[in-house]
Design a protein around this ligand. Structure first.
Ligand code: IMP
Length: 205
């Protein structure tokens, strides 16, 4: 039996879908005890210039509030015909406090306005997953999923831009037409957290 204690990590995300996915992936990679984000920790303003900056901002705020190691992630959708937009602004593409549907609507309108309806409509989700430690160090990993933006939404599963994102590694279905397991096997976040889990397991040895 190993005498090493499990790594205790506070999770920055309060989104139940993401928490379940992250917990499953990390628990498969290392001996970890995941602690939900305490209710009294305010949201940080995600005003970093990059996904890495934002993931670090979120994780560091939790380390400061709890004194424990913390894990955060940040995701952006990069659409080639839009020069990589919405990217780091994906959550607020159509403005502050908008719905997922508002963002999807804006994306489809912007693409339709491009020459040839946005050309090949290639895009990718990119996620940075980061663990920050009280000693000031951090460990991070990136994951991406390549695909195309569909001409209209399809499917009810998932969240965000899932109804209009058809990953290259599928049969033409959007992420919103897949089961959670199908999505996570090839998703940006699944990949980022599997890599982070491997890096944390290495650090724990
Ligand atoms: P966050 O950094 O994970 O909060 O993601 C920023 C924004 O990207 C979200 O508000 C969603 O609109 C979008 N997003 C993040 N992950 C996904 C995903 O897995 N599918 C679809 N949209 C996503």
């Amino acid at each position: 039996m190993s005498g090493a204690a499990p790594l205790r990590l506070v999770l920055a995300s309060a989104n139940p879908d993401k928490v379940a996915e992250i917990a499953a992936v990390l628990a498969g990679a290392l001996d970890v005890e995941l602690i939900p984000r305490p209710g009294n920790v305010p949201d940080v303003v995600e005003d970093g210039a990059t996904l890495l900056d934002n993931a670090r901002l979120k994780a560091r705020a939790l380390v400061a509030a709890t004194g424990l190691p913390a894990v955060a992630d940040d995701t952006g959708l990069e659409v080639d015909a839009l020069g990589g937009a919405p990217g780091v602004y994906s959550a607020r593409y159509a403005g502050e406090g908008v719905t997922y549907a508002d963002n999807v609507h804006k994306l489809l309108i912007e693409l339709a306005a491009r020459p040839a309806g946005g050309g090949e409509r290639t895009a990718r989700f990119r996620t940075v997953a980061l663990a920050a430690f009280p000693d000031g160090t951090d460990v991070w990993a990136e994951g991406a999923a390549e695909g195309v933006i569909a001409h209209q939404p399809a499917g009810d599963a998932g969240f965000g831009y899932d109804p209009v994102f058809a990953p290259r590694e599928s049969d033409g279905r959007t992420f919103a037409e897949m089961t959670p397991d199908e999505k996570h096997a090839i998703s940006h976040r699944g990949r980022a957290f599997r890599s982070l889990g491997a890096a944390l397991a290495e650090r724990q040895r």
